[in-house]
Design a protein around this ligand. Structure first.
Ligand code: LLP
Length: 470
């Protein structure tokens, strides 16, 4: 589905309340699947994370702020690693996909939890290296890596470059040859699977920019060229089918196809590939309608699929890698906003909608406008005994499509000064944030064991003015 060009404003004709959204029995209750495990209401009704009240966070760091429950993010990272290690006795590596959200602190956390790191630009690589992530633990992605980025990757000694084009095979082999090194690589295969998600984030159907197509024979040719390049060491094949996926059926088809190619590589070249990377894409809950599987469920299902397919082709089970981003960072974070203007709009047939303006918006969360994504929200600074009203959380940008949470029931007595929390904003919110309308990007605050600390400073107008050289 495409977002409406003019923004979501024009999209909601008909029923004002979407079918999946019902009036909550208790508007103060927190749905556990939406919130980091350290988030709870205190006896006085205020939300706290890891023992720190949101009003303290707002006072100390300002709003809006992205608030990370460090223990929760670490537990999700660890949960993926232990689940995949347990399900794949032949070995499994979990690469945290840094594109979801990367800072030096987060890179260190996932490293300490035994994960590897997937980066896809020179910028993300620089953050990883600044954090002290050893090159060997880094996988370098990108469909259009520059020569400079490839040189940086080689010099950092990355554990793998995921090859995306014929040009890249040649360039990387040349650069490796000049430096007298042999670079470990994976070949990214486009398997013709379109995951059931938003079109813009489904990346394995063939009509798109990523990877070597399987059906067109490009993937087999890429493997041939890599094997013919002594400067490159082919570890295995890679496939990523999309993002925010709930159904493992897409992984089943893609695994079958990639393993089929691995069998042909064995037959044609006599080489058994050591690794299979199935990419990321594991879905998370943004609203009450989402019911994601656990890492253990994904791991055991993928293990079944991979074992079954390998057996079918007479192959041993390779080392398996996955690259979750959203499922590690997303639920560990909420965005804390301060409520400003609240206005009520009369809709058809006596229905009403409350527009709750907050002090951020599409510059700190573009996903609602860009993907028509759904989010939830809760009054954070207090509880309320008021009736829940159909609400829309909107930002401060000069655009009607500046919507953060399109549909939610919020207490009918929200007033300026209240704090509002939007959960599930750890992935692709700070990392896709902009300075639209010259709004500075918010800080990222990590909370752990009753202590809150800044891990990414918020921008100031001064920061923005400094870029303007006249
Ligand atoms: N591996 C590769 C090769 C990827 O391209 C991606 C995401 C991931 C792993 C991680 O996927 P995850 O587990 O986070 O779903 N901006 C969009 C998502 C774009 C995903 C791009 N690639 C959004 O906000 O939904």
């Amino acid at each position: 589905m495409h977002a409406h060009e003019a923004g979501a404003l024009h999209a909601d004709v008909g029923q004002p309340v979407p079918g999946w959204l019902s009036v909550p029995n208790d508007v103060n209750a927190l749905l556990p699947q939406l919130w980091a495990t350290g988030v709870a209401r205190q006896p006085d009704g205020e939300l706290a994370v890891a023992g720190v009240a949101v009003s303290r966070i707002a006072e100390q760091f300002g709003t809006p702020a992205y608030v990370v429950d460090e223990a929760d993010l670490r537990a999700r990272a660890r949960g993926f690693r232990t689940a995949f290690e347990a399900s794949f006795p032949g070995g499994a590596d979990v690469y945290y996909a840094g594109k979801a959200f990367l800072s030096t602190a987060v890179a260190r956390w996932v490293l300490e939890e035994g994960l590897h790191l997937d980066v896809c630009t020179g910028g993300e690589l620089a953050v990883a290296l600044r954090a002290g992530v050893p090159g060997a633990r880094i996988g370098m992605h990108g469909n259009n890596k520059s020569r400079a980025e490839l040189v940086e990757a080689i010099e950092a000694g990355v554990g793998r470059v995921i090859l995306d084009s014929f040009e890249e095979i040649e360039t990387l082999a040349g650069l490796a040859g000049e430096r007298g090194v042999r670079v470990p690589v994976l070949v990214r295969v486009t398997v013709g699977v379109e995951a059931h998600t938003h079109e813009y984030i489904a990346t394995a159907h063939e009509d798109q920019k990523f990877g070597f197509s399987l059906a067109g024979g490009q993937a087999a040719e890429a493997v041939r060229r890599v094997l013919a390049s002594p400067q490159l060491r082919l570890l295995g094949l890679h496939s990523h089918i999309g993002s925010q996926i709930f159904d493992d059926a897409g992984f089943e088809v893609s695994a079958r196809r990639v393993i089929g190619l691995a069998a042909r590589v064995r037959d044609v070249h006599g080489v058994e590939l050591e690794e299979l990377d199935l990419g990321g894409g594991f879905g998370i809950a943004y609203t009450s309608q989402d019911d994601p599987a656990t890492p253990a469920e994904h791991a055991s299902r993928l293990a079944e699929i991979v074992e079954h397919e390998c057996r079918g082709f007479g192959l041993g089970v390779p080392r398996v890698c996955v690259e979750p981003g959203r499922a590690i960072a997303g639920p560990a974070v909420f965005t804390l906003y301060r409520v400003g203007v609240v206005k009520t709009v009369e809709l058809d047939a006596g229905a009403r909608r409350s527009y709750v303006s907050v002090d951020g918006g599409m510059s700190d969360n573009i996903r609602t406008a860009l993907y028509d994504a759904s989010y939830s929200a809760a009054l954070a600074s207090r509880t309320s005994a008021a009736e829940p009203v159909l609400s829309r959380v909107v930002g401060k940008h000069c655009e009607a499509g500046d919507i953060v949470v399109k549909d939610e029931f919020l207490p009918g007595d929200l007033v300026a000064g209240d704090l509002l929390a939007v959960p599930g904003t750890g992935a692709y919110c700070r990392s896709m944030a902009s300075n639209y309308n010259h709004v500075p990007r918010p800080p990222v605050v990590a909370v752990r064991d009753g202590q809150a600390r800044l891990i990414v400073r918020g921008e100031t107008i001064e920061d923005l003015l400094r870029l303007d050289v006249g």
